[in-house]
Design a protein around this ligand. Structure first.
Ligand SMILES: Nc1ncnc2c1ncn2[C@@H]1O[C@H](COP(=O)(O)OP(=O)(O)OP(=O)(O)O)[C@@H](O)[C@H]1O
Ligand SMILES: [Mg+2]
Length: 285
């Protein structure tokens, strides 16, 4: 098995690589938590491509049910077809297999080659959702009652599960996973991440932008801390708008509000808080 070592597009810290390889070795799902925008979803994509596996993605919403990942029986289509069917179609209508819609897990279980499976944002669903998948994740099989068949995984998929911590996950579910929390990147890691997205960015601009970014993140009482992806957005704008370095640098006699701060701060309270801080700094000089 190839070990995951990060990629050209994705910066993985040593502890993250260790976690990925541990989950693969244990053949347990890797449960990844971390602030929004810390690369949880992208990790699954990158590992899949590093291991040369197709990635099947299941994005969870508040209305998603576990059963949808297995299969759904499309009774409505069957009823409609039965009403409209001519003689030649009636055989089709009679065969219930034609109305079983395979879900992502079914596809993952029956794929010709080992695949990676991403169950993204599991905490969006109701609390029954993870419990309803215990057996499938454990035994890698499920039963289709309508057709009386057992679907069993030909190859155990490499499973990634992400959560933003909106809900606690049940203990029985946690027991079956390998857990990793993606810590918010430190400045060095962040520099490496930025370098992946903007190779050759001017070092002074990057240093000034990172300082502003971490200053904002460290503001006490901030409602929403800006994330990696927001920093990347902001840098993209700074580059595109050709913002001069001076606009970011706080000169000795003036501290200015950085341009395009709307890329980083997403609500008016946070902007006010930040403006207050800048104002105070200016007057304490
Ligand atoms: N380690 C990293 N290396 C390279 N790019 C990264 C990294 N972490 C985050 N990014 C950038 O941040 C963006 C957001 O990442 P991603 O969508 O995977 O975050 P997430 O943790 O799934 O966020 P959310 O919880 O909001 O879904 C990526 O598209 C990528 O551009
Ligand atoms: Mg995500």
């Amino acid at each position: 098995m190839i070990k995951f070592q990060g990629s050209d597009q994705y910066v993985a810290t040593p502890d993250l690589m260790l976690a990925v390889n541990a989950a693969v070795t244990l053949t347990r799902p890797l449960l990844i938590k971390g602030e929004p925008g810390t690369g949880k979803t992208m990790l699954a994509e990158e590992v899949a491509s590093a291991l040369k596996m197709p990635l099947l993605q299941w994005h969870i919403k508040s209305t998603t049910k576990a059963q949808q990942g297995l299969y759904e029986y499309d009774a409505v289509s069957r009823l409609r077809d039965s009403q409209l069917a001519g003689v030649e179609d009636s055989a089709r209508v009679r065969d219930i297999h034609n109305y079983i819609v395979k879900g992502v897990l079914w596809q993952a279980f029956t794929a010709d080659q080992p695949v990676a499976l991403l169950i993204d944002e599991i905490d969006k669903a109701d609390i029954e959702f993870p419990n309803d998948l215990l057996r499938e994740i454990d035994r890698m099989e499920f039963y289709v009652y309508e057709t009386r068949e057992l679907v069993r995984a030909r190859h155990r998929p490499v499973v990634f599960i992400t959560s933003n911590n909106e809900k606690e996950l049940p203990d029985a579910f946690l027991r079956r996973c390998f857990f990793h929390y993606i810590k918010f990147p430190e400045a060095d890691t962040m520099r490496a991440i930025v370098d992946v997205h903007f190779p050759g960015l001017k070092q002074e601009l990057l240093a000034a932008a990172l300082k502003t970014f971490y200053d904002i993140r460290n503001l006490p009482g901030l409602k929403k801390k800006p994330s990696t992806s927001e920093l990347l957005d902001w840098l993209k704008l700074l580059v595109a708008e050709d913002i001069p370095l001076a606009a970011l640098h706080s000169k000795d006699d003036q501290v200015a509000i950085p341009p395009l701060v709307g890329a980083l701060l997403k609500n008016e309270q946070d902007v006010t808080l930040f403006e207050k801080l800048v104002f105070m700094q200016r007057h304490h000089r």
